[in-house]
Design a protein around this ligand. Structure first.
Ligand SMILES: *[C@@H]1O[C@H](CO)[C@@H](O)[C@H](O)[C@H]1NC(C)=O
Length: 388
């Protein structure tokens, strides 16, 4: 009993030690929420490699995030981490108020230790009115490069100058890959592209309104590359320049015309009437179809088969005709080759018998007498003695 209690106590204590204080964040409805999962903060959870040298090691880490008690994230929240040596980002735009708990599991890819943390996101009521929104396309960036707050500030500063307003907020940031974009080549200077949606309570400037003109659209189609409407582009770093041809304005202040009600076609019954099914079609005769599709090809196939059999079996030329056509000398040549081959074969079968005399080192061809073998195996010794 005492053992059990101590075991339970140890388990409880361990779980208390593992679960850290939760991270709490607030964000308003309808605005972009970004939370950077910093590898540095989680590094302390893992015993450092080479502890004896007092060195903090830069471990590769992978984050896994899910809504508490669910396998995946809530549908408004997305997660991205390019590489185990990069920070991860949770980002998205909440559309409803409430509280969401996100479980974060960190896997240290060096030691395969794990650590856990919890992020509690409280979604507050909308903080700002943003009836005028615009979506800009930044082609020279990947999503992770845009999500850090410093880069967001840079982008916002440029857009504020284009919009000529001080109140501008991010509504959404989306990778072009989520919009059907293509994965770029893994080369320097190729990026996925990012859609940045911002909103303001101030009406669009003339520059921005020019995006909607037919003239601008036509220029985009004709030029094939990006055309700036007027001279209103501002871009402090070349990486975060806006691609104007893929940017659009969204005016939420104007009521959207409701979809027209669907017109009722003839196939719909009036209430209370009885469905009268049409007569079944008259029976059809399938014999002609059967003859055309099965019998005729079958007859053709049999005919061709018979023709082929006749050619192959009855029109063979035969050995006699071939031999009569071949010149005698050629036939003779052919036969000798055959005979020699047969002879060689029969000789090969009798390898067990003593070798013929001619292969001995020395002999008298008349008497068959062998000479005493020489001590030296000199190649100069003649194989056949001269006849006396
Ligand atoms: C933000 O972008 C994502 C991806 O395109 C989309 O699914 C989501 O509905 C967007 N949210 C808002 C509020 O526009």
């Amino acid at each position: 009993m005492a053992e059990w209690t101590s075991l339970v106590l140890t388990v409880c204590l361990a779980s208390v030690l593992v679960v850290k204080a939760d991270i709490k964040v607030h964000t308003p409805v309808g605005q972009l929420f970004v939370f950077e999962l910093q590898r540095d903060t989680f590094q302390n959870e893992f015993p450092p490699f080479l502890r004896h040298y007092g060195r903090v090691y830069n471990d590769p880490m992978v984050f896994k995030c899910n809504k508490q008690a669910f396998p995946d994230l809530p549908d408004w929240l997305r997660f991205t981490q390019r590489h185990p040596y990069n920070n991860g980002f949770l980002y998205g735009t909440p559309l409803a108020q409430g509280k969401t708990t996100i479980e974060i599991t960190v896997i240290n890819k060096r030691s395969y230790d794990t650590a856990k943390d919890r992020l509690i996101i409280t979604v507050d009521p909308p903080a700002k009115r943003m009836p005028y929104q615009a979506e800009f396309f930044i082609s020279m960036r990947d999503i992770e490069q845009v999500l850090p707050s410093t880069v967001q500030e840079d982008i916002k500063r440029d857009l504020k100058r284009i919009w000529k307003t001080k109140t501008l907020d991010f509504v959404n940031i989306t990778s072009a890959l989520d919009r059907g974009g293509r994965v770029p080549l893994p080369l320097a200077g190729h990026f996925e592209g990012v859609y940045v949606k911002v909103g303001s309570d101030q009406y669009f400037t003339e520059c921005l309104l020019r995006l909607q003109t037919a003239e601008h659209r036509r220029q985009c189609e004709v030029a094939g590359k990006d055309t700036v409407p007027g001279d209103c582009t501002v871009c402090s770093y070349s990486g975060i320049c806006v691609t104007w041809c893929k940017s659009t304005l969204i005016d939420l202040s104007r009521p959207v015309a409701p979809h027209p009600a669907p017109t009722v076609g003839t196939g719909i019954l009036d209430a209370g009437s009885v469905y009268d099914p049409p007569e079944s079609p008259p029976p059809r005769d399938f014999l002609p179809d059967y003859i055309v599709t099965v019998i005729v090809p079958l007859a053709l196939a049999i005919l061709l088969c018979a023709l082929l059999a006749y050619i192959m079996c009855c029109r063979r030329e035969g050995l006699e005709k071939r031999d009569a056509k071949t010149p005698d000398i050629q036939l003779y040549h052919h036969h000798t080759i055959h005979e020699n081959t047969t002879e060689l074969r029969s000789m090969a079968a009798g390898r067990g018998v003593p070798p013929p005399l001619s292969t001995r080192s020395m002999f008298n061809s008349r008497t068959g007498e062998t000479a005493p073998s020489f001590q030296t195996e000199s190649p100069r010794v003649p194989l056949i003695l001269a006849q006396q």
